[in-house]
Design a protein around this ligand. Structure first.
Ligand SMILES: NC(=O)c1ccc[n+]([C@@H]2O[C@H](COP(=O)([O-])OP(=O)(O)OC[C@H]3O[C@@H](n4cnc5c(N)ncnc54)[C@H](OP(=O)(O)O)[C@@H]3O)[C@@H](O)[C@H]2O)c1
Length: 330
């Protein structure tokens, strides 16, 4: 069936400037790491992408290895782009990455120019796109000179295969170095993609200052700690949850009593604020304007709807923030 996007799709979403660039990103972006692979159904993937776009989520994040199997999320996305979203390409920000294991041999992972160049071509083919909006180095490579990895990103942008360059999971020091190299090459780094949530705050220790000082934006991945920062695990591990699935990256052993005790208290604060814990967790990531976008995952349309409604209450009182600090410090 032909898809016609909702006319009111830009009315509720908030868009923020990504660092010093000209690009605006939605407060909530959707990632395709889980639930869009060969093990999943295209009907559910299509329904989630349509609903997200109708809610003003213009940014979709992929990587070469998303699936499983690796590559299949890009394939499914490409299929849905072709059938549903072709008329909307210029309204979408599509990103992909290379860095993790993708194919056998010495050229199928990490940060060499050989790997990144081959990988972007493969990704474009799988998605049926002429270009992506953002191409990332997915992780720092301790054995490849940073100049080579950054040079590859620069050359991919200059060839028109990506409009902007990004880095993911680089430390504050590595980011500072990467920024210098890319500025010299004339392709400034647009964005950093780190893990960031109430349960993982490493970026507050230096990286955020580096990003701010250099006008680089950021998009927080796993803002719900893969679902831990929702109420779903409070009464046990639901059968259809990521922790219960063999293909999920969240192990049942990560659903500990200690985490659940914190989640229970956080859930009570969210209720007092008149929102769900998922919504409060997203509002918290966006609370001080230092993060450009919260990059969620979803297995159901209803989760996207709930998460997008986080925008109804993004403000925190000092008292709420203090209470949250106390809970997280426990
Ligand atoms: N750069 C990197 O190295 C890197 C690494 C990881 C992720 N990422 C990116 O970040 C994206 C998001 O990661 P993520 O999926 O781990 O993010 P997340 O938002 O922390 O977790 C998403 C999961 O939480 C559950 N969930 C979401 N909304 C919910 C709600 N309202 N109520 C209850 N449960 C809810 C769903 O799991 P259930 O299956 O349990 O329903 C969903 O799949 C990825 O798709 C990818 O694009 C990047």
């Amino acid at each position: 069936m032909v898809y016609t996007a909702a006319e009111d799709r830009y009315e509720k979403m908030k868009y923020s400037r990504c660092g010093n660039s000209g690009l605006l990103l939605p407060a909530i972006s959707l990632g395709l790491w889980h639930n869009f692979g060969g093990v999943d159904t295209v009907e559910n993937g299509r329904a989630m992408l349509r609903r997200a776009f109708d809610l003003g989520i213009t940014h979709f994040d992929l990587a070469n290895n998303y699936g499983p199997p690796a590559g299949s999320a890009e394939n499914m996305f490409g299929e849905i782009m072709n059938t549903d979203f072709a008329p909307y390409r210029d309204e979408m920000i599509i990103s992909t990455k290379a860095g993790y294991y993708m194919w056998p041999g010495p050229y199928g992972e990490w940060g060499s120019k050989k790997y990144l160049t081959a990988s972007i071509d493969q990704s474009l083919k799988r998605m049926g796109l002429d270009y992506v909006d953002i191409f990332y180095s997915h992780r720092p490579d301790p054995n490849t000179p940073l100049e080579e990895t950054m040079g590859a990103l620069d050359s991919i942008v200059k060839q028109g295969k990506a409009l902007y360059a990004g880095i993911s999971s680089y430390s504050a020091e590595q980011t500072e170095e990467a920024v210098k190299i890319m500025n010299k090459l004339g392709t400034p780094i647009l964005i950093h993609q780190p893990n960031y949530s109430m349960l993982n705050r490493w970026i507050e220790d230096g990286l955020q200052d580096v990003l701010q000082d250099n006008g680089v934006g950021s998009i927080a991945f796993c803002p719900l700690a893969q679902g831990l920062l929702t109420k779903k695990y409070l009464e046990g591990v639901p059968e259809d949850s990521r922790a219960a699935k063999p293909t999920g990256a969240l192990g049942e052993e990560q659903v500990t009593d200690e985490v659940l005790a914190q989640v229970k208290e956080l859930n009570a604060i969210a209720a007092e604020r008149g929102q769900s814990l998922a919504q409060m967790s997203l509002a918290w990531v966006l609370r001080n304007g230092r993060v450009t976008s919260a990059l969620i995952g979803a297995s159901k349309v209803s989760q996207i709807e709930e998460n997008a409604a986080a925008l109804n209450n993004l403000e925190f009182t000092d008292g709420e923030l203090e209470k949250i600090e106390q809970i997280l410090g426990k």
